[in-house]
Design a protein around this ligand. Structure first.
Ligand SMILES: [Zn+2]
Length: 272
C-alpha cells in the first residue's frame, strides 16, 4: 500500500498565480508563518511545527534553511523532505551558511549582542563584504545542488553587517528580512512589521517573550501583515507552544491569508 500524496497548497493545474496585490480583497490581512533554523539537526522539531501549523490551517509556510548547520553533514532524507515541502507550496529561504558567528566581538555592546543575546549564532553580524559574499554564494550553490533557486535570504538572528548588505545587493536575491521589516532588494522599499518571535533558552526569557508577544499581537492586530516566526525550540516548551498558538489562532480568527515571504516581495515590487 502506498501512502497518499498530500495535496499541494496551490494546484499546479491552476496556472500561474495571480499577483498577490490583485488577489487581495479590500481589507484582507496577511500572515507569514516562518520556521527558522531548518536543518538535519533540528528536523524532528521542525516537522512538529509544520504539522502544528498545518493543523491550524496555516499554509503555505516559509522554511529558513541552513545549508551547513553548525558544520553538520548533508542528509539525503532531509533534503528529499525539503523538496517535498517545496512541491507542496512552501518556500525554501536561505538562512545563513553554518549559523555560527566566526568573529570575536569587540566592546561590551557587541559582546552582549553577539555572545549573550544570540549565543554566538549571528553568523552575518560582523562579516566584511568578501566573506559575506563567499558565504552567500556557498549557500546558494548548496541550494542549487537541490535544484532550488532561493528568492530570499534571512540572516541568522536578522543581524547583518554593512558588508553583508553590500554583498546581498550584488546577489540575484529579491528580498531580505530584519526583525522589523521585509525589504525588497537591492534598494527597497520595505514593509514594516515587527516579527513575533519567542526566546526559549531560559525560564525568564520564556516568560518575558510570552508577555512581549501578547502585547505585540494586540499592538499590530490591525496591520496588513503579521509575521509568526518560530524556532525549533518553540516545539519543546509548553508555555511558548501555547503562546505562539494563541497568536496563530487569533490570526486565523481574523481570516488572515497565509503567504510566503517571496509573495511579500511581489507585493513590494508591485507597489514600488
Ligand atoms: Zn536562525
Amino acid at each position: 500500500m502506498t501512502a497518499p500524496t498530500p495535496a499541494p497548497h496551490r494546484s499546479a493545474a491552476a496556472g500561474p498565480a495571480r499577483p498577490l496585490a490583485d488577489a487581495l480583497l479590500p481589507g484582507q490581512k496577511l500572515l507569514a508563518a516562518v520556521i527558522h533554523d531548518v536543518a538535519p539537526e533540528t528536523w524532528s522539531r521542525c516537522r512538529i511545527l509544520v504539522a502544528a501549523l498545518e493543523g491550524l490551517g496555516i499554509a503555505p509556510l516559509s522554511l529558513l534553511v541552513v545549508p551547513h548547520y553548525h558544520g553538520g553533514p548533508r542528509n539525503v532524507a532531509f533534503e528529499r523532505w525539503l523538496l517535498q515541502r517545496a512541491a507542496l507550496g512552501d518556500e525554501l529561504v536561505l538562512h545563513g551558511y553554518d549559523h555560527r558567528d566566526p568573529l570575536t566581538p569587540q566592546g561590551p555592546a557587541q559582546r552582549w549582542l553577539r555572545r549573550v543575546y544570540t549565543a554566538g549564532e549571528g553568523e552575518f553580524a560582523a562579516l566584511d563584504h568578501d566573506e559575506a559574499l563567499r558565504r552567500l554564494r556557498a549557500g546558494r550553490d548548496w541550494m542549487g545542488s537541490l535544484g532550488v533557486r532561493p528568492a530570499g535570504f534571512v540572516a541568522p538572528a536578522w543581524l547583518m553587517s554593512r558588508g553583508t548588505w553590500e554583498a546581498l545587493r550584488e546577489q540575484p536575491l529579491r528580498y531580505t528580512c530584519t526583525l522589523r521589516e521585509v525589504t525588497l532588494l537591492p534598494q527597497g522599499p520595505s514593509l514594516r512589521c515587527t516579527a513575533q518571535v519567542w526566546s526559549s533558552r531560559s525560564a525568564w526569557r520564556r516568560a518575558a517573550s510570552i508577555a512581549w508577544n501578547g502585547a505585540l499581537r494586540r499592538l499590530q492586530s490591525d496591520r496588513l501583515l503579521l509575521r509568526l516566526e518560530l524556532h525549533p525550540a518553540d516545539a519543546g516548551h509548553a508555555s511558548t507552544w501555547a503562546s505562539w498558538r494563541d497568536v496563530a489562532i487569533a490570526a486565523m480568527g481574523q481570516r488572515r491569508q497565509a503567504v510566503r515571504l517571496e509573495q511579500l516581495a511581489d507585493l513590494l515590487a508591485d507597489t514600488a
